[in-house]
Design a binder for this molecule. Structure first.
Ligand SMILES: [Fe+2]
Ligand SMILES: [Fe+2]
Length: 307
């Protein structure tokens, strides 16, 4: 496989939140871990969307990358099932904001896919992986996550490089991608508000959640700057300008208010809507159910994470 890329635009250090040694302890923190891993599980299931982008790949190297990515994402599904089974967690539906960010935000073009889902979206997931690696007090799970994280890093790198290529000489596309990214950052802020209101505040890890999510948004902004999507920090951009970029990006579709974003899928891919997909049915999928009921931590199928 050709090595597309040099390095991610942000370092592990920049993307690391210092939880000061606070830990998530299996058993004790079962409810929290169950919530967190169910969001991850859904995110990995949305890896089926890679198939759509493989068909849209602009060149052979990109096609090879995506073919490999699709395998990696399905292996991540198995990784998470394995971790959940080891920790005695049940599979449950993901939060609507997560479903919106991972499925409702599905890109309408190659540029949107690489900028929003890969650079920004997988960038966000990567930081959440780092946070779990740094806090989860369960070595076998952390070992599995460490292997998966290397692959997620490559997905982010690819997204960054492809975004930079796509926007070269296209200021209109840059504006559109910024508008769309602002909405996903708003989604993360909503997620932070939800988690802040629902999760216990006196927990040593969770009490850090809101500064952690603030860091994820700062990193998203740093990445936008380094990719050349924006040329100044978002704080220097007026509210009116941001609102205009969002409105422009959505073609005035959502002037009725951003609140509707949670109930309506954002942009409707002609082939994506109305049809039940694995993202709707995975919780009752026989293979997934079997993996969870094995209870011995071994995945039902023979797939193993590529190291
Ligand atoms: Fe993944
Ligand atoms: Fe990924």
């Amino acid at each position: 496989m050709s090595r597309y890329i040099a390095d991610m635009l942000l370092t592990r250090e920049e993307m690391t939140y210092d939880f000061q040694g606070a830990k998530l302890v299996p058993g004790q923190d079962k409810e929290i871990l169950e919530w967190v891993f169910n969001q991850f599980l859904y995110g990995e299931i949305t890896g089926i969307q890679v198939g759509h982008w493989l068909y849209e790949a602009p060149d052979f190297a990109a096609a090879k990358f995506l073919a490999r990515q699709s395998i990696e994402e399905m292996q991540h599904v198995e990784n998470f099932l394995r971790i959940m089974s080891m920790l005695g967690l049940e599979t449950k539906p993901a939060h609507p904001v997560i479903r919106f960010l991972a499925t409702g935000m599905m890109g309408g073009s190659w540029a949107e896919h690489v900028a929003l889902e890969m650079a920004a979206g997988e960038g966000f997931v990567l930081m959440a992986f780092y946070a779990v690696i740094d806090t989860l007090d369960h070595q076998p799970s952390v070992d599995i996550l460490r292997r998966a994280v290397k692959q997620e890093e490559r997905h982010v790198e690819f997204g960054e490089q492809q975004t930079m290529r796509a926007i070269a000489g296209k200021p209109w596309l840059r504006r559109r991608l910024v508008g769309l990214t602002l909405v996903s950052m708003w989604g993360v802020a909503r997620l932070a508000a939800f988690m802040g209101s629902r999760l216990p505040k006196d927990h040593p890890v969770l009490s850090n959640l809101s500064p952690f999510l603030a860091l994820t948004n700062r990193c998203a902004e740093m990445r936008m700057l380094r990719m050349g999507l924006i040329d100044r920090p978002l704080a220097e951009m007026s509210r009116a300008r941001k609102a205009m970029l969002v409105a422009e990006a959505y073609g005035g579709k959502f002037l009725g208010g951003l609140g509707s974003l949670l109930t309506a899928p954002l942009r409707l891919l002609p082939l994506g809507m109305g049809k039940k997909r694995l993202t709707d049915m995975y919780l009752s999928d026989p293979d997934i159910r079997r993996t969870m009921t094995l209870g011995d931590g071994s995945p039902a199928s023979s797939g193993r994470s590529a190291e």
